[in-house]
Design a protein around this ligand. Sequence first.
Ligand code: C5P
Length: 230
Amino acid sequence: DSTVAVIVVAAGSGTRLGHPEPKALVPLGEDTILGVALDAVLGMRDAPFVVVVAPADRVDEVRERSAPRAAAASVDLVVVAGGLTRQESVARGIAELPREIEVVLVHDAARPLAPSAVFDEVAAAVESRGHGIVPGLPVVDTVKRVDGEGHVLETVDRSELAAMQTPQGFPREVLESAYAAAGADFTDDAALVAAAGVPVDVVPGDARAFKVTVPSDLHRAEQLLAERTA
Ligand code: C5P
């Protein structure tokens, strides 16, 4: 049995995309955003256990759509209902992990074009180092700290910054205990794990793992997907 699990969080509404469907179910190519993201997960070198966290009112539909692909890839996949925040959705995914799982990757369905190789690399780095592992990219824009009135306070040294992506990977017990202890809402799992005092290392991310947030992102994803299948 696999000792690596991937939790794909797909329960967000994605209001900034301006589409009536929840973001993960928005069409992308011949598929959906979630479908493309799942294909990347199913393309991993070693088949993982997969948990899809779906919008609460779309669980049955997501299960019906995901099951045939998982079966074709000989992967065990479960679908559960998400919560009101990303953190709550991840927690619901964690609750589904089988006993034998040792490494957990958490991935945003909203990053459908993250390559399978990034999943493999993150899982391997968690296994070899025993730390949290996050893919990150150098920040190319100049970043400034700004106050509530829009006044620039200072320029932040961007050489010390990295933009975080997913999949983020953790030893299972680290992720579980960090979630059990977590208070306020965190926007990523690495912040939550780091707050619990566990080291988190950055590995090179991939430009294709960008998050689909606004309509122009969807357009870019459509183009990349078309190039990939051409
Ligand atoms: O909203 P945002 O794009 O930052 O969400 C990141 C990921 O977290 C998305 O894949 C989204 O579906 C997921 N999410 C979730 N449950 C929520 C909010 C977000 O699974 N309540």
